[in-house]
Structures are given as structure tokens and as C-alpha cells.
Design a protein around this ligand. Sequence first.
Ligand SMILES: NC(=O)c1ccc[n+]([C@@H]2O[C@H](COP(=O)([O-])OP(=O)(O)OC[C@H]3O[C@@H](n4cnc5c(N)ncnc54)[C@H](O)[C@@H]3O)[C@@H](O)[C@H]2O)c1
Length: 328
Amino acid sequence: MHILILGAAGMVGRKLTERLLREGRLGKADITRMTLQDVVAPAKPDKAGFPVDTATCDFAVPGAAEKLVADRPDVIFHLAAIVSGEAELDFDKGYRINLDGTRMLFDAVRLAGGGYKPRVVFTSSIAVFGAPFPEAIGDEFFHTPLLSYGTQKAIGELLLADYSRRGFMDGIGIRLPTICIRPGLPNKAASGFFSNILREPLAGKEAVLPVSEDVRHWHASPRSAVGFLLHAATMDSAAAGARRNLSMPGLSATVGEEIAALKRVAGEKVASRIKRTPDPFIMGIVDGWPRNFEAKRAVQLGFTTAEKTFDDIIRIHIEDELGGKFVA
Ligand SMILES: NC(=O)c1ccc[n+]([C@@H]2O[C@H](COP(=O)([O-])OP(=O)(O)OC[C@H]3O[C@@H](n4cnc5c(N)ncnc54)[C@H](O)[C@@H]3O)[C@@H](O)[C@H]2O)c1
């Protein structure tokens, strides 16, 4: 099986690559080749049981997607995107990459011909929903994005469903919760603070909390995100019917509950490294964000999370990223 990952140098892309390299299989199939694509050079693995190519390019320029699908990868993970904060600040860039690029990719698959019909896994976002919404968003709730990013993801979902209905590809879209704790450096996502206020204090550094502690949001660990992607790549897509875009399970927690979990797992001193500096730009964005979900369809279709509590989310970070230790 040949796997192509677009956005492979990103946070989720790196985690997915690591897991696939470690397991050497996707579902029941042995991996025979992997292509890692990103606009930033993806790291070439030191050791792999199969050939791994890297492609450093912008997938959203005319002709790029055709080259990427020319060798007919069996599974395509489309993770490449401009994230929420940047897509809001740079309208043209967000639409060019998140919308035009996605359409170009899907068209490259469609036009490859010869019965080519790969599984395409697309990472959508809960930003396709906007306030006002019920306390817990069910599977029947409609798209009302309040950000350009959410609008671009919502259009991507529609394209994925239509291209799949027409038989051009076999797509599954997964609406990821906000991934927490995001490892590495902060990115330009407006949701970054949910992770920063945990990751930085655990590393002995101060972090800024730009919103109030009663802000509630929907989260999942990076370990869960990789699990969702693998399941989306291997599940029976027919079971999803025409509704191929699914809200993923997660954990609903307030910022205050996150901080309480940090105190329980790492202690008061670590939590005291959080500094409160309200930021009206971030507060304005977060105000219209979903707080809680009832992700029944995804659960019925076999998607599961790696954590049961927010304490688990913090422990997973300490285990997976910090070698089991943090700065007390
Ligand atoms: N992390 C989250 O909380 C979260 C939540 C919901 C949805 N998502 C979605 O999941 C996916 C992965 O998220 P992430 O957290 O790893 O983001 P990330 O920003 O870490 O990674 C995205 C990658 O896409 C690459 N990229 C951007 N434009 C590109 C282009 N034109 N050509 C090639 N590569 C390009 C970037 O260089 C980056 O490495 C994204 O589609 C994102 O929208 C993430």
C-alpha cells in the first residue's frame, strides 16, 4: 500500500508519520511506500521498512497535485492547511490553500482516470459550526462557520461528499476537536492558548492565558487524532452513507477545568506559571466556537479517543513528549 500525506511536516502529520513508520501497516495492509509532502521540508526518517519519498512543494499551485497523485497512492491523508488565525488575517492565502488547493487535489484524483479511486482522508474542523448552537452539538446540526477557515473547511466537506458520491474518490472527512496538548512551538491557530497554558508551564516556562477561565471547548489528544486518522483510512466508508463528514469524539472542558487538571497532575507551582492577559482579538474568535458535542455517529462507526479525562490529556503529553518528566 502506498500512502501519501499532504501537510506531513505539520504537528498531526509528523505524529501520523511516526505511527505509520513504527507499525509498518495500515489496517490489514503492509505499507510498501510512503510519500511525505509539505511546503516545509518533511523530515526524512532514519529508518523505515519501505521506501519513503519526500516532496517539498506547495500543493495548491496548478499542476502540483497532479504530480503528487501520478503514482496513484492508495490512501491520501490531506492535512495541509492554513490554520484559523492565519486564514483570518490573510484572506487570500486561506482561500487559495484551504479551498482552491483542496479542489485542485480532488480534481487531480478525479482526472487521474483508469478507475483510480483512493481513500482520501480530509481533516476538517469543528470550526464549520458557529454560535448560536445547542449546549452539545449533535450530528444533525448545520454548518454555520463564523471564520474564513471554518468556511473553507465546510466547502471542503461538501466537495469531498460530492466527489465521493460521483465515484471519483472514496472520501472520509473528520472534524477534529482542538488538539491538546499541541507539542512543539506555538502555531498561528487562534486556539493555540488551550495547549500553551499546559505545555509551557510543564516545560518550566510562563504562558499567557488570553481568555477567561469559563471558556468551554472541545478537545482531543494528538494520540487520539492519529487514531481517528487511521480509523478513517481503514473503516468501511459505505457505513457512513452519504454523510461522509463526521464530528470526532472528544472531551468538553473549560479553561478552569484544564488548569485544575494541571494542578492535580503537576502541582500548584507549575500552574502558577500561567499569566492572565486578556486579548480581545482571540476572545472575539473564541466566543463563537463550539463548546460540546454529542459525536454519536462517529462513535457508532468505531472512532474512539485515547483519553477519558483532561488529566489523561496532560499525562499523555508528559508520556509522549517529555519522556515521563516535567519541570516541577
Ligand atoms: N491541530 C488542531 O487542533 C486541529 C483541529 C481541527 C482541524 N485541524 C486540521 O488538521 C490538519 C493538521 O493540523 P496541524 O495541527 O498538524 O496543523 P499544522 O499547521 O501543524 O500543519 C499543517 C501543515 O500544512 C502545511 N501546509 C500549509 N500550506 C501548504 C501548502 N500550500 N502546501 C503544502 N503544505 C502546506 C504546513 O507547512 C504545515 O506543516 C489541518 O488541516 C488542520 O486544519 C487541526
